[in-house]
Every structure is written in C-alpha cells, then in structure tokens.
Design a protein around this ligand. Sequence first.
Ligand code: 4AD
Ligand code: MG
Length: 434
Amino acid sequence: IVKRISIIDAKDYVDQEVEIGVWLTDKRSSGKIAFLQLRDGTAFFQGVVLKNQIGEEKFTEIKHLRQETSMVITGTIHEDARSHFGYEIEVSSLEVIGDSNDYPITPKEHGVDFLLDHRHLWLRSKKPHAMMVIRNEIIRATYEFFNQEGFIKIDAPILTGSAPEGTTELFKTEYFDKEAYLSQSGQLYEEAGAMAFGKVFSFGPTFRAEKSKTRRHLIEFWMIEPEMAFMHQEESLEVQERYVAYLVQSVLDHCEYELSLLGRDPEVLKKYTKLPYPRISYDKAIEMLQESGQFPDVKWGDDFGSPEETFLAEQFEQPVFVLNYPKAIKPFYMKPHPTREDVYICADLLAPEGYGEIIGGSERETDYDKLLAKIEEAGLSREAYDWYLDLRKYGSVPHSGFGLGLERAITWITGEDHIREAIPFPRLLNRLNP
Ligand code: 4AD
Ligand code: MG
C-alpha cells in the first residue's frame, strides 16, 4: 500500500512512491509531457506527467484539467534542483476528486477589491499562504516565549460590561435584557489574572468601532496582552523588547522561504533582533518633531498620527519606545508619573519603516481612591468597575502590562503595505464579507 504524505514532507521520500491529495493551481503541456503546479496546503510543488507512462487517454484528460480541480495523485518523488522547493513528483496515476469551473482568481493581476471579495478563495494563493504561515509562526513563538518566561495564559472574555480604552469605539450588542460590549482589550481581566497567577497573558480578538480607514487599522484585530504583578514599567519594557526580538528571530529561523516569497530582506530584520531598543521621552519626541521643521503645528499635548510616528521611528535603527505620554491622551487606568503632574508611566513601541505603534503599555494605578476618582472622571459606571476596583482593595501591588497588536506586528515583520494582508478575513470599515 502506498503511503499518503503531505508535500512539505517530500524531502523524506525521495525515489519512493507516495500518494498526495492536491489541488491544481496551474499547468502547461506539450505533446508528450505535462507540468502540473500543485498545492496541498502545506506547500506548492510540481508534478510531471509523461504521456508514454500514463497512457494517451489519461494524458488527454490531464491536459484539460482546470484550475483548482482537486485530485489524488500517486507518483515518485524526485529531487528538482531548478525549483526553490527542491522536489517534484513524477505522476503515475491521477484520480479527480472534485471538478472546478471558472475559478475566479487566475494567474493574471486582480484589483484589491476583487481579491478581498474572494478572500475565501484568495487564501489559496502563494502570497496569502506565506502571510498566514508567518502569522502562525508568530503565534507559535508567542506561546513559546511566554511559557519560557513563566507566564500562564488566562483567557479574557469577549462579551464584557466594561470599556477600558474609552467609550467612543465600542461595539454594543444585546445581552438578553442588558447591553454588552465586544471586548476592546482583555487588560482589566489580565490584571485580575496577574493578582491570581503572577505573570499572565491573553491572546484573543478585540474590536474597535474606529471610523478610520488607514493601512494600519482593523475593526477586529488580535491582541497579545501580558500583565505582570510586582513589576514596574522599566522591567516591563525589558519583557517587551525581548518578546519583539524573539518574534523577529523566530520568523527569521523558520520562515526563510516565506520571507523570500514576500520579498522581505532578512538582513533588515536582523537589525531588529539587537537589544536593547532605544527609549525616548514623549517630551523629547515633541522636540524632535519641532526641530525637524516638518511639523510646524505640533505642540506638547498632541497625540501622534502616522506621519509623526513614521518620522520618529526613522531616527532610529531599531524599534523605539516613546515614554510617558500626556494624561489627556491616554486611558484612565495608567499610573501617574511620581514627579510629574502631567504624564503617565507608560510607553508605546514604534516600529521602524513607517509601521507605527505595535505595542501600547503602562504601569497601572494601584490606589483604590485614585482609581475610583479616575473611573468617575471618565464617566464610566461604578457598578461595571466594582470588580476591577476590588483588585486595589485586597493586596494591591505594583503591576505593569502591555498589548501587542498581532496584525501590526505581522505587517511590519513581513514588510507588507496594508494590515488587511495580515489576517485571514479582514474586518474593515466597509467590509464584513466574506
Ligand atoms: O494601544 P492600545 O489601545 O492598548 C490597549 O488596548 C491596552 N489595554 C493594552 C494593554 O496595556 N494591555 O492597543 C494595543 C495595540 C496597539 O499598540 C496596536 O498595535 C494594536 O493594539 N491596535 C490595533 N491594531 C489593528 N487595528 C486597530 N484598530 C488597532 N488598535 C490598536
Ligand atoms: Mg495605543
């Protein structure tokens, strides 16, 4: 009996006969030989069919196979020095499983809207495939990193009664006879987790009803949110830079082919594995923007837009931490600076090459009365936050945490232009389908 394998394992079966379930992505043929471009989800490679081996009738059938026909093939694996993959299969038999007719995504160029309308099929193509393999690697490396560092994964709920990042970007939904919100961030729950387990992280979908249509914003995105008890901000920054460098190194180590397919130069990425990352204050960042002459209107207190973040990041070789933002532009839960009235102990990590903020984090307010005052000042309902306030009532400790936007990190590491490429089914301002 012939062994059923995956294309990715072809290297282990050279000169052996195997069976593989595949789809046809492209083909060309002459009178005596046909070259089939095949994929099975694990990889892409070539099948070679010889007329005098497979017979006239079957050869004619194969010549007429259409794109995305599914089939089971049997054949012998050979080395193929001409292809990047390095192996091909000489097909000895082929059984069609499912026909395909007028597959909409042809090898020619398609517009972005057309591709997004067909995202459920577009995922089969080489570039989305490479993106999703890298996404998977970053998720895998995330679990590995936090497990090695002694963190426990504590899942935060998706349906919530609280709004950590402000009430303007909330998705509301019915919750029987009440109202609920889709989570903007798991942070508040991770804070409870940190008090129970010390070092925790969450990884889940988060939702922002942001009316912004930019290359960096998704309506639904995935966030990794670590939270650490008995930890001040400076130590948290060290965890953050170790984590980001670990992600970059893991992609370099395991996704060489995918990076080359996407045209991403590994030498550029290697610079981002060097630690530590530079740190500048928000004050210094404002000064740099003002001194550049490119931002005549910028003044202390402003939040940064994409051009400002891009300029700041360009001044450094690595990702850069911007520390201690003004209170007015950051959320209520952050801990105020010990000697300054006007800023929090917080930091954003800005990625190089114009990718903007990939991490936001801070030390958290630990004092019950101060936190309550901030909640009331923010116009939030006291009942919804009673449980959160409890964390300051029973053994409150210094603690810090941060959130890394998964798709922002993927877009940066892969060097893609748009964040929609970094998630299987992007939710954008005007897109809920497929
Ligand atoms: O800066 P943000 O809003 O921070 C928080 O939500 C904190 N509660 C995190 C924490 O301390 N536990 O979001 C964190 C990160 C950003 O740095 C960015 O990378 C990403 O989430 N992000 C988005 N990614 C894609 N689309 C959007 N609309 C995003 N909004 C934020
Ligand atoms: Mg932020």
